[in-house]
Design a protein around this ligand. Structure first.
Ligand code: PMT
Length: 401
C-alpha cells in the first residue's frame, strides 16, 4: 500500500524524535519515498545525517540553504506529498499548526499540503492533558487532520501517563489502512444530502432547523477521499465547503428543490446517503411580500406535507443500489429509526440521539448506532464527525462486499 507513495515526515523537537529514525526506515522499507523536514529544535534530538542516510535525500530545515541560496519550496513539497506525517508532534508545533503560525519550514509545508496529514503527539502527561493542547488537537481534527493518539506509559520525565508517541510500527499501519481504504469507492457514483431545508413563509422568513451540514459534508468528503464521485445536494449551510475538491456541490433551499436535484442524480447513482434534516412541512399560503403586524391578529400559516425524499428514492431503488438514511431522535430511538428504515426502503439507517451529549445538530462530534435491514445494530463511541463519516464509509463499504 505504501509502495511509491510520497511521504513528507515532519520531525519536531521532542525526545521521541529518536523514534523517527525507525519510522523513516519502516516507511522506506515499505517502498515509500520519504522527505524529512525538521524543525530547528528537532536537530538537537536527532542528527539530520541519520535521516538523510535512511531516506537518501537531504533533510530540509530552513527555507533556503544559506551558502548556495537554494530555495526549498514548501508549496512544491505540499503538492508532492501523498501524505504528511508529523511525528513526534510537540505541543508547540501542534499549537502552531492549529493557529497557522508559519514560522518554520514544517508548518509552512503543513499549510500548503493538499494531502492528508497525520499528527502523532508526544509530550509529558500534564502538557498532553492541558486544555490548550486538547483545544489545539480538536482544532486540527476539525480541519480534517488525523490524530494518532499517543499511548500511555513511562515518559521522559519518568512520570507515567498518556503522552508517549505511538510506536513507529503502528504509525506505518495507520498509513497502510488509510491508503488501502482509498480505493474502496473507486468508480462509484454517490449522492449525499446535507444541511437543513428552508421553507419560506414570506421573502424574509422561513421554517428551518438547526442542521449545520457538518455531518453531511464530512460524509461527502470521506466517500470522495475513498475514490467516489460525489454529488452533494446541500441546504443552506453558510460558508461550509467540502474539503475534497472532487465533491460536486449543488445548493438548494427547500425540500422540493432538494427532491428535484436528488431525482436528477439518483437513477445513475450507485448509492445515496441521506444526511439532510429535511423540513417535513412547507407553508401553503406563503406570502409574496413581507407579512406585516396587523393589529393583534397573528398570521395563520397553513402547512402542507413535503415529499419524503428518501422514501421517494427508496420506492424507485434498483437492485444493486444502496440507500442509507440518518435519523435524529429524542426518544424511543431504536424503534423510531427501525421504523424509518423499513418505511423508506433503506439498507441501513444511522441513528443519532439528542439525548447523547455531543451528538446531533451543530456539534463537531457525533455518537451513532448503525441499524441494518437485517435487524442488526452497531453502536459506536462519541467521535468527531469526520471520524464518524469514516466509520459510515467503512460500514457502507462492508455492504458493497
Ligand atoms: O448537519 P449537522 O449539524 O452536522 O447535524 C447532523 C444531523 C443531526 C442533521 C444528521 O446527523 C441527521 O441525523 N440527519 C437526519 C435528520 C432527521 O432527523 O431526519 P428524519 O428522521 O426527519 O428523516 C429520516 C431520513 O429521511 C433522513 O435520512 C432524512 O434525510 C430523510 N428525509 C426526511 C424527511 C423528508 N421529507 N425527506 C427525507 O429524505
Amino acid at each position: 500500500m505504501l509502495q511509491g507513495k510520497h511521504i513528507v515526515l515532519g520531525i519536531t523537537g521532542g525526545i521521541a524524535a529518536y523514534k523517527s529514525a525507525s519510522l523513516t526506515r519502516l516507511l522506506v522499507k515499505a517502498g515509500a519515498e520519504v522527505q524529512v523536514i525538521m524543525t530547528p529544535s528537532a536537530r538537537e534530538f536527532i542528527a539530520p545525517l541519520t535521516l538523510s542516510t535512511l531516506t537518501g535525500k537531504p533533510v530540509i530545515t530552513e527555507f533556503f540553504t544559506a551558502n548556495t541560496g537554494e530555495w526549498h519550496s514548501h508549496v512544491d513539497l505540499g503538492l508532492w506529498a501523498d501524505a504528511m506525517v508529523v511525528a513526534p508532534a510537540t505541543a508547540c508545533t501542534i499549537g502552531k499548526m492549529a493557529h497557522g503560525v508559519a514560522d518554520n519550514m514544517l508548518v509552512t509545508t503543513y499549510l500548503s499540503a493538499k494531502a492528508p496529514v497525520f499528527v502523532a503527539p508526544a509530550m509529558d502527561l500534564d502538557m498532553m492533558a492541558h486544555p490548550s493542547t486538547t483545544a489545539n488537537l480538536n482544532l486540527l481534527r476539525s480541519y480534517g487532520n488525523h490524530i494518532i493518539e499517543p499511548a500511555s506509559g513511562e515518559l521522559a520525565s519518568h512520570l507515567i501517563g498518556k503522552g508517549r508517541m505511538e510506536e513507529p510500527e503502528r504509525i506505518v499501519e495507520v498509513l497502510r489502512e488509510f491508503f488501502s481504504s482509498k480505493g474502496q469507492f473507486a468508480g462509484k457514483r454517490v449522492l449525499v444530502t446535507a444541511g437543513p431545508t428552508y421553507e419560506r413563509i414570506d421573502p424574509v422568513r422561513f421554517i428551518g432547523n438547526f442542521s449545520s451540514g457538518k455531518m453531511g459534508y464530512a460524509i461527502a468528503d470521506a466517500l470522495a477521499d475513498r475514490g467516489a464521485e460525489v454529488v452533494l445536494v446541500s441546504g443552506p449551510v453558510g460558508e461550509l465547503k467540502p474539503r475534497n475538491p472532487r465533491v460536486e456541490v449543488r445548493k438548494i433551499e427547500s425540500a422540493l428543490q432538494m427532491l428535484d436535484e436528488c431525482q436528477k442524480v439518483w437513477p445513475a447513482a450507485d448509492m445515496a446517503v441521506m444526511t439532510a434534516a429535511v423540513a417535513d412541512y412547507r407553508v401553503e399560503n406563503r406570502a409574496d411580500s413581507k407579512i406585516k403586524r396587523e393589529g393583534n391578529l397573528a398570521p395563520e400559516l397553513r402547512l402542507v406535507e413535503n415529499p419524503d425524499i428518501a422514501a421517494t428514492l427508496g420506492a424507485s431503488k434498483k437492485p444493486g443500489q444502496l440507500l442509507i438514511g440518518f435519523a435524529l431522535e429524542t426518544d424511543n430511538e431504536a424503534a423510531h429509526a427501525a421504523n424509518k428504515l423499513k418505511r423508506k426502503n433503506l439498507d441501513a439507517i444511522v441513528l443519532n440521539s439528542l439525548r447523547d451529549a455531543g451528538a446531533g445538530f451543530g456539534t463537531d462530534t457525533n455518537k451513532i448506532t448503525i441499524l441494518s435491514a437485517d435487524g442488526s445494530a452497531k453502536p459506536y463511541p462519541l467521535k468527531t464527525k469526520r471520524e464518524v463519516a469514516a466509520d459510515v464509509a467503512d460500514f457502507i463499504s462492508s455492504l458493497l462486499k
